[in-house]
Ligand binder design. Structure first.
Ligand code: FE
Ligand code: FE
Ligand code: ZN
Length: 275
């Protein structure tokens, strides 16, 4: 058994995403809490939330992995961009309370010339302002490819952010296989070594979800270009070892591969066949 699904559009509502994923043969999914490039969020009506929660329970779905907007940069150099990000984070997390027990994943941000130390401080600050003791969502920092001044390209940076957050019992990490590979962690030849390193630096108990992607580029490229499963540099054998690794059992695996619906249905079945 594996929790596997892909990104879905929220345009027809929340329960509709659950129905779509049942049709795709999966049992988890991801969705953007608003247009990925920013903009207005889709209202989450109480009856829609209730219908989705009922479906998740009835179909025994794993935890969902919502995704914050790409434009949300909590460590931006410009005050206006940063404040805009804080506003999105606050509203997204408030909305997530209607779907208790799920994940909210986001890109830590880009420090744009301020330096990693300043970036870490700003991200931790944003989380300290927006996490609260009774919240029912776990907020996940996504591992990044380390493109440009992107934060989260090393496990150490994630650890430093987490260490500075007061309510870090509500914090976890989402491991993106394309990003980690592009960041220079060799998932193909040393999966055990990478997970051991993650455990040493961050702690495997923080690893809550996986973005399952192949990569168009080689290890250490810092590029972040996703590829369909088996067609990239990671390849089918390495992806299969990831999906079946004992340390990752029970986690939701989300496909973010360049596919249409038929492609996702095919990849969901392919991953299920690996188990
Ligand atoms: Fe992402
Ligand atoms: Fe990702
Ligand atoms: Zn990516």
């Amino acid at each position: 058994m594996i929790y596997i699904g892909c990104h879905l559009s929220v345009s027809k509502g929340y329960a509709a995403m659950g129905e779509t994923m049942v049709g795709f043969g999966g049992n988890t999914f991801a969705f953007f809490t608003r247009n990925p490039r920013g903009g207005k969020s889709k209202d989450l009506l109480p009856e829609d939330a209730a219908a989705l929660l009922e479906l998740l329970d009835r179909k025994q779905f794993g935890p969902l992995v919502a995704h914050g907007s790409y434009t949300m940069n909590l460590c931006a150099a410009k005050t206006e961009t940063r404040e805009n990000g804080l506003d999105m984070l606050q509203k997204d997390l408030a909305r997530m309370e209607a779907l208790p027990g799920n994940y909210y994943n986001f890109h830590p941000g880009s420090h744009v010339g301020q330096g990693a130390e300043a970036g870490i401080a700003l991200i931790a600050d944003a989380l300290n302002q927006n996490l609260w003791p009774e919240m029912q969502t776990t907020v996940l920092l996504e591992t990044m490819a380390g493109k440009g001044s992107e934060m989260g390209g090393t496990f150490e940076e994630l650890r430093e952010i987490i260490d500075r957050v007061e309510h870090r019992d509500h914090l976890g990490v989402c491991l993106d296989t394309c990003h980690v590979w592009d960041a220079g962690y060799d998932l193909v030849n040393d999966l055990d070594g990478v997970l051991t390193e993650f455990d040493r630096v961050v702690g495997l108990e923080r690893l809550c979800a996986v973005h399952l992607n192949d990569s168009k580029n080689d290890c250490g490229s810092h590029k972040d270009r996703h590829e369909k499963l088996g067609l990239g540099y990671l390849g089918e054998d390495a992806l299969k070892r990831i999906v079946t690794h004992p340390a990752l059992q029970g986690k939701p695996f989300i496909l973010e591969t360049p596919n249409d619906d038929a492609g996702y249905i095919r990849e969901i079945r392919m991953v299920q066949d690996w188990m």
